[in-house]
Design a protein around this ligand. Structure first.
Ligand code: HSE
Length: 312
């Protein structure tokens, strides 16, 4: 199962907009043998649980139970993780959607996007990363009573620079620093920008993106949690980034740039800001993608067909 990194909010689209990034966690699911086990390579190698406290395995088992499907005698997960944890890049959404899609495949079902998205959103508590991870591309999601409504759009492949400063904090902590109510003028400012962010990303219009990927609700508080972050947002713009947003609840920042040269210059500028603030930071040059979570058949012949993804 390949599950993508996602960036949520995209400036003004707090809790509703999401976008997939071409950075993937891959989980091999092996049903031979007996007992369950988890191996983790890459991100989270020394911290993630290897037992059924592991989010991918826990989600997989819970979904099998929900489907009334017997747990297989042997269940070996091998996770190759590239998405950093607690970084604002949707690592928990990736784990949840991977577990859900694995369960549906193990159960021999053809999973529906709607079912996977509803389960992932309820596990996550907010649906923006989950929507992007399931649907791929640019996504908008809203609550509809107890349900959800969503749409997704393809976007051109856009180069981005993602900087992840150390000092990871949880999404819960980053939500706790937000006020319970906001001034009407700030809400209105964000409302006007959201459809324009969607249009700018769909068209790859970086000039427009630079004018509207601006937030009045959550970024200021989150930038304040990491030394150097407020300055980094300004410096990346000065170095040529078209737009810079806090990725999800942070601490990562995502900068949209015109091309590879722009990515190099902005990446260096971001690394320098955090270094001079005494904060170590990892810079990744990535790109957007239109693909969401999907299953590929393994060498030993998985039950899923190559390229399986949830159906609409
Ligand atoms: N919309 C969520 C937040 C995303 O900003 O708290 C968390 O990744």
């Amino acid at each position: 199962v390949r599950a993508p990194a996602t960036t949520a909010n995209l400036g003004p689209g707090f809790d509703c907009l999401g976008l997939t990034l071409d950075l993937w966690n891959e989980t091999d699911v092996d049903l031979s043998g007996s007992g369950s086990s988890v191996e983790v390579e890459g991100e989270g190698h020394s911290t993630l649980p290897r037992d059924d406290g592991n989010l991918v395995l826990a989600t997989l088992l819970a979904r099998l139970d929900e489907l009334g499907c017997e747990r297989p005698a042997g269940l070996r997960l091998r996770c190759r993780n590239r998405i950093p944890l607690d970084s604002g890049l949707g690592s928990s959404a990736a784990a949840v959607v991977a577990g859900l899609l694995a369960a549906e495949t193990v159960a021999g079902r053809r999973p529906s996007e709607a079912a996977v998205l509803r389960s992932a959103a309820s596990a996550e508590g907010h649906a923006d990363n989950a929507a992007a991870a399931v649907l791929g591309g640019l996504t908008a999601v809203a609550r509809d009573g107890d349900g959800l409504v969503w749409r997704s759009w393809a976007v051109p492949r856009l180069p981005v620079v993602v900087v992840t400063p150390e000092g990871h904090y949880s999404t819960g902590e980053a939500r706790a620093c937000l006020p319970d109510s906001v001034p009407l003028a700030d809400a209105v400012a964000n409302l006007g920008r959201v459809p324009l962010v969607i249009e700018a990303l769909r068209q790859g219009d970086l000039d427009l993106l630079g004018r509207v990927m601006v937030d009045s609700l959550h970024e200021r508080a989150r930038l304040g949690l990491t030394p150097g972050a407020t300055r980094a947002q300004h410096v990346a713009r000065e170095a040529g980034a078209a737009a810079v947003a806090v990725s999800g609840s942070g601490p990562s920042l995502i900068a949209f740039v015109a091309d590879d040269d722009g990515a190099r210059v902005v990446g260096e500028a971001l690394a320098e800001v955090f270094a001079s603030a005494g904060v170590s930071a990892q810079v990744r040059r990535l790109a957007t993608t239109t693909r969401g979570v999907h299953v590929t058949a393994g060498a030993a012949g998985g039950r899923g067909d190559a390229g399986d993804r949830p159906t609409a």
